[in-house]
Design a protein around this ligand. Structure first.
Ligand code: GMT
Length: 383
């Protein structure tokens, strides 16, 4: 199949899922066309069957805000027409789903028909999409998509609760490539970070408010009052500075390292003992799944779709959002001895295997086929 994938090219979860999906589909022989405003972060190497089309913006003095959605729409029209795509799959509703709908209408005028699949990822529904500056457009473009998927049952339910959705939503969970995310031997790195065999706690994210970075610091502060421990922060974003200041004020800065944006997340997770995810909202929690694949138990909140990934008392623990005392207690329980930690590590890997890309990829292929068949039979009926 020839598939167009529209996504954010950044390190955020939706862009990562879209890029990994496209690369895996390409390996199975599909022709993949990524369309984004810059080269997706996870598309750093040449992959056969993969094309990248950059959406460039025309600057004109009149435009205080250059109209990205219009430029994206025109690019979609061009790519679909020129490469004769079979399906357009957009990740993150805003503004991708409405641009795809508009492109579809333009192409229709020219006798070209293409079904659009929209994958909802999280904040496009739970946060940004709820704002009245976007809500009517999000609702309209979901209803006008030929297929809609959500990355968790929780997100599907939240979408139905918050929007007047008239189309079925298929849950296709996020996935993990276990050949890339596995426990590497990084003893030399562990020694450098924790020379006295301290336990290592880790957090990776885009450091947005919704991740509750302050809670990560508070949990670590409580943990390190009881055992020798280090905290690794991976990623970057608006809350990083605040977290750095907090560590300084609490006088725990010497035990905390901010590593910034990193590509080899699996190699960093190799030295972690517990992964912290106290998020306010999380549709799935891909970062937790990455940790679990690397045999790292997860101490998290119970927000959104996290309970579909992190199993209470099995792969880690969940607490109510903001209950840092409970999260610290849970981390200390997991870390109390090597046997307990190893049991949680084993369970984490077992659970991660359920989301193996080998299991999830066929679900997407089947879904594309189903949407295409439906679309084609509707076309025959309508014409
Ligand atoms: O976590 C973020 O803020 C990034 C965001 C995105 O769309 O780029 O992530 C969302 O999509 C991920 C992939 O499907 C999910 O694993 C994350 O849980 C989800 N984030 C939130 O719901 C806050």
């Amino acid at each position: 199949m020839k598939i167009g994938i529209v996504c954010y090219p950044t390190y955020g979860g939706s862009g990562v899922v879209a890029t990994e999906l496209g690369k895996a589909l390409a390996m199975r022989g599909h022709q993949i066309h990524f369309i984004a405003y810059s080269q997706p972060a996870r598309l750093s190497h040449f992959v056969d069957n993969v094309y990248f089309h950059e959406v460039s913006l025309m600057n004109y003095p009149l435009f205080e805000f250059p109209p990205y959605e219009t430029a994206l729409t025109s690019k979609l029209v061009d790519v679909v027409k020129f490469h004769q795509l079979d399906v357009l799959h957009v990740h993150y509703a805003i503004p991708h789903a409405s641009a795809a709908y508009f492109a579809k209408q333009i192409l229709r005028e020219e006798g070209i028909y293409i079904p659009v699949v929209t994958t909802l990822h999280g904040t496009d529904i739970t946060l940004v999409g709820q704002d009245k500056t976007f809500k009517p457009v999000v609702a309209f473009s979901i209803n006008k998509s030929d297929g809609v998927t959500a990355v968790s049952e929780s997100l599907r339910q939240q979408t139905l609760d918050s929007f007047d959705v008239k189309v079925p939503i298929e849950v296709i969970p996020n996935f993990i490539d276990l050949s890339e995310f596995k426990k590497y031997n990084k003893d030399h790195f562990k020694k450098a970070i924790a020379p006295n065999n301290e336990r290592i706690l880790m957090h990776t994210s885009n450091f947005r408010k919704v991740k509750r970075i302050e809670d990560v610091v508070k949990i670590f502060d409580l943990v390190q009052q009881n055992i020798s421990a280090k905290l690794l922060f991976v990623g970057d974003g608006p809350e990083r500075k605040n977290a750095e200041e907090m560590c300084r004020d609490l006088e725990i800065g010497h035990n905390v390292r901010f590593l910034g944006k990193q590509d080899a997340i699996g190699e960093l997770l190799a030295i972690a003992d517990v992964f912290l995810m106290p998020s306010e909202s999380e549709s799935f929690g891909l970062a937790a799944l990455e940790a679990m694949a690397c045999e790292v138990p997860v101490v998290s909140s119970n927000a959104g779709g996290i309970p579909e990934v992190n199993l209470q008392g099995v792969t880690g623990f969940m607490s109510n959002v903001g209950d840092v005392q409970d999260m610290a207690r849970n981390a200390l329980y997991i870390l109390k001895d090597d046997e307990t930690l190893q049991q949680f590590r084993n369970n984490a890997l077992d659970q991660a295997r359920r989301f193996d890309i080998e299991n999830i990829l066929p679900l997407y292929e089947k879904y594309y086929q189903h949407i295409r068949d439906n679309y084609n039979s509707n076309l025959m009926y309508n014409i």
